[in-house]
Design a binder for this molecule. Structure first.
Ligand code: NAD
Length: 353
């Protein structure tokens, strides 16, 4: 594992096997320098254990960076369960997973991710208190999507301000990929601000509903990359910025909520060379984790969330400014700031010990 290309000094990688329930999982703790390692649990039918390890290593590092940029007192971790979420779920499996989380003694806090529902987490909660993203309980934070979407909308305006000298979006065209929980709210904010919307999704009902609410023009999923727009906002899948799609994009900015938008980090430099300003995904979409952090703190406060979201948007603004003034890709600037924040937290934590 120490030679693995995605290994980045992770504090711990735990492999879990529970023969009774069939649970095979990994919990990767990338860093607890800034606080307990927080990050969701993903359930996925991986082809092999190697693919599972790569996902756990990459996603947990990503959470450290995201939490550092959101300036919340959390480190980064991630859990992955090997299985098909449509067939392999059981109470015994999630209880076994909950016991594994509990054994880490609060070093890792779990929540929902791809393939995992609020109901699954309610079972995990029976075995451990180190769970967030619940629907009930004193500090429950509920659906993080509206906060994520507000951050994405404000991030789009930050990008526009630097590209066009104003963050007024009236008359600007935004191409939105994915109109699910986050994308749907993003479209509503944009429509209210007077932007022209071009939207796509693979879910025809969601498309019709969002189009009816916002007046958006609908295009087929593959056509979204060819739209004559000012800004492209990916809010569906990862890896949507690759050499093929970049060659087609006619936009000046990319700003959306989807995780892992770049197929490889080098796409950031290729975008810069093409004159596209990119809002790094794990910065612009940090609103959701801020909402979850409020729950983890044990006393959810709307004002605290609003304050942290303001700071996050200011941080995004400084990342964009530094990228533009130094000629670096914005994702490289963000990575460096995140790594510095994690490194600076380490000595402080060691002093407390
Ligand atoms: P969601 O499942 O509600 O919405 C995703 C939408 O994308 C769905 O409507 C789906 O039909 C559509 N989609 C799937 N494949 C597509 C394709 N090929 N072309 C076009 N559309 C397609 O999920 P969500 O919660 O809105 O999350 C969207 C993205 O934002 C994900 O990458 C997620 O990891 C990221 N994200 C979400 C949050 C949050 O608070 N929900 C926070 C941070 C990051």
């Amino acid at each position: 594992m120490f030679d693995h290309p995605s290994f980045d000094g992770h504090e711990g990688v735990h492999a879990i096997h529970d023969p009774e329930s069939g649970l095979r999982a990994m919990i990767a703790v990338h860093s607890t320098a800034r606080g307990p390692a927080a990050g969701g649990c993903r359930m996925w039918p991986y082809t092999d254990a190697g693919a599972m390890l790569t996902d756990a290593l990459r996603l947990s590092q990503g959470m450290s960076y995201k939490n550092a940029m959101a300036d919340i007192p959390l480190g980064g971790g991630k859990a992955v369960i090997w299985g098909d979420p449509r067939k392999d779920k059981s109470e015994a499996l999630f209880r076994a997973f909950g016991r594994a989380v509990e054994q880490l003694g609060g070093q890792y806090v779990t929540a929902e991710d791809v393939g995992i529902s609020v109901a699954d987490m309610a079972i995990v909660r029976l075995e451990t208190r180190h769970v967030a993203g619940l629907e009930d309980g004193a500090a429950a934070s509920g659906d993080p999507s509206p906060v994520t979407a507000e951050g994405v909308y404000r991030g789009i305006r930050e990008v526009a301000r630097r590209l066009f000298g104003t963050d007024d979006l009236s008359g600007r065209t935004v191409a939105v990929q994915g109109v699910g929980s986050v994308g749907g709210y993003v479209c509503e904010h944009l429509a209210k601000a007077g932007a022209h919307l071009v939207i796509t999704d693979i879910d025809a009902d969601a498309l019709q509903a969002v189009s009816a609410r916002t007046g958006a023009r609908i295009v087929a999923p593959d056509e979204i990359y060819d739209v004559d727009a000012d800004i492209f906002s990916p809010n569906a899948l990862g890896a949507v910025i690759n050499e093929q799609t970049l060659a087609r994009l006619k936009v000046r900015g990319v700003a959306g909520g989807a995780n892992n938008q770049l197929v490889v980090p080098e796409m950031g430099e290729l975008m810069r060379r093409k004159g596209i300003l990119y809002a790094p995904d794990y910065v612009i979409n940090g609103g959701g984790i801020i909402n979850v952090a409020a729950e983890i703190s044990g006393h959810y406060s709307r004002d605290w969330v609003a304050g942290k979201l303001d700071t996050l948007i200011a941080t995004l603004g400084s990342v964009l400014d530094e990228a533009l003034s130094t000629g670096q890709p914005a994702n490289a600037v963000a990575d460096r700031i995140a790594r510095r924040r994690i490194a600076e937290a380490r000595p402080a934590k060691e002093q407390v010990r």
